[in-house]
Design a protein around this ligand. Structure first.
Ligand SMILES: N[C@@H](CCC(=O)N[C@@H](CS)C(=O)NCC(=O)O)C(=O)O
Length: 106
């Protein structure tokens, strides 16, 4: 099951857009905080790691699936337009059961 990671900040509208799209699909994700205040980002370890993993794109949000670079909220938009965002959904654990399987009482 792929792991979805997002570099984000609560003060970033595009990040909320991306989160809303994933939330609507029930796709769970790991948040990696970027310190972003008044349009500026602090050069934290997370930010440097994000720059390295995106190959230099310092905007947020940045999204990774199973460690592979997926893109930004625009990529999610594009996948949704093509009806391919569901593919992420089917690949991650059910948000209700959190991927747990029932083994019955033993
Ligand atoms: N993905 C968007 C951009 C996202 C974006 O602009 N994010 C803002 C935060 S909401 C940002 O990172 N701004 C600071 C910067 O551009 O360095 C695009 O390509 O148009």
């Amino acid at each position: 099951m792929p792991k979805v990671e997002i570099y984000l900040s609560p003060f970033c509208g595009y990040c909320w857009k991306a989160r809303l799209m994933l939330w609507r699909k029930g796709i769970r994700y790991t948040k990696i905080p970027i310190r972003f205040y008044f349009g500026f980002k602090l050069p934290t370890a997370n930010f440097k790691e994000m720059l390295r993993r995106t190959g230099g794109d310092g905007t947020i949000p940045q999204i990774f699936v199973d460690g592979e670079y997926l893109g930004t909220e625009e990529t999610l938009d594009e996948l949704e337009r093509r009806g391919e965002l569901e593919k992420l959904l089917t690949a991650v654990p059910n948000p209700i059961t959190k991927g747990e399987t029932r083994h019955g009482s033993r």
